[in-house]
Design a binder for this molecule. Structure first.
Ligand code: ADP
Ligand code: MG
Length: 296
């Protein structure tokens, strides 16, 4: 049975913008000493926008954008949405009802591939290009410059040749730095995990004061990191928003979903931050402490 004061705590948390599904999460929150956070959509707004196209010499940026968007139309990834939105805003790149796409594939955590109007197109990470025997190195200088600015560099290849880097920016949420500082002040360790490239992860981590992070991780690896920390005696809260965070959310002592997240993330978590504001987690933790003190 759940003590009355825990129910009161759950009610107070709701008033503070934190939905606690599982009363045990309310009790465990107090003991959390490690907070694992996803980057995209958790520390950042999760509404990425295309800001620039760095095409190789001889490649037409508008054509590259159109070809990339033709494929991304079939993807639900937030990066895909940024590419399609940018293409649709340019008459010469618009794809609706246009190009014929065949052979579409979307390997998770890599990107998309397919044939657009007879051209083989790859959009995604450097590893994605390599897996299709395209050498990404001519694009890596531009990609690194994009990443140093905390944006994501998405690579595009056309007919087996590197064509362009799409710079896609996803601003850090206004409340992120303040919330992380409060968690650290309470003595918690913060670890960031992201599927994005190392250089982008390093830039974001630097801006919000995180010194422990891992980049280019798969959903399985996120789960593994949480499990490893727990095996070493850490009490772990995992905060995420995406399908790729769901296994880690379920494996944590307390799974925390951003209210703006995907359904799978919300279902895997015991706690939801309704306003997608990390400072609500700080409040919830303090409420948990007050609640448990009432019981003892
Ligand atoms: P995250 O959302 O945490 O960055 P993902 O695992 O979803 O992680 O993706 C990892 C990387 O794979 C992305 O940063 C991007 O480089 C690439 N990627 C995945 N899906 C797409 C896509 N639809 N279009 C372009 N790039 C993609
Ligand atoms: Mg995310």
């Amino acid at each position: 049975a759940t003590p009355m004061s825990v129910m009161v705590g759950v009610g107070r948390a709701a008033g503070a913008g934190v939905l606690v599904k599982d009363a045990q999460a309310m009790e465990r929150l107090e003991k959390v000493d490690t907070v694992v956070v996803d980057k995209t959509g958790t520390l950042t707004q999760g509404r990425p926008e295309l800001t620039d196209i760095h095409a190789v010499e001889g490649a037409d940026p508008t054509r590259v954008l159109r070809l990339a968007a033709a494929l991304e139309r079939s993807s639900e990834h937030p990066l895909a949405h940024a590419v399609v939105t940018a293409a649709d805003s340019q008459p010469d790149a618009r794809t609706a009802g246009g190009p014929v796409v065949s052979d579409f594939a979307a390997p998770a955590g890599r990107g998309v591939s397919g044939v657009v109007d007879g051209h083989r197109v790859l959009v995604g990470s450097a590893a994605h290009l390599r897996e299709h025997d395209v050498d990404p190195s001519p694009l890596e200088g531009d990609a690194d410059r994009v990443r140093a600015g905390a944006a994501t560099g998405v690579l595009v290849a056309v007919d087996g040749a590197p064509a362009a880097v799409l710079a896609i920016a996803d601003p850090i949420r206004q409340t992120t730095a303040e919330a992380l500082a409060a968690l650290r002040a309470d003595g918690l360790e913060v670890v960031m995990l992201t599927g994005d490239a190392h250089a982008t992860a390093a830039a974001v981590a630097g801006q919000v004061g995180i010194d422990r992070f891992e980049a280019e991780v798969t959903p399985e690896r996120k789960h593994e990191v949480v499990a490893e920390l727990r095996a070493r005696g850490r009490v772990v809260a995992m905060v995420g928003d995406g399908v790729n965070d769901a296994p880690a959310l379920a494996a944590a002592d307390v799974g925390v979903a951003m209210g703006t997240g995907t359904d799978v993330a919300l279902e895997s978590a015991g706690v939801t931050l309704l306003q997608a504001d990390l400072t609500a987690l700080v409040r919830a933790r303090r409420l948990s402490r007050a609640t448990m003190r009432n019981i003892r």
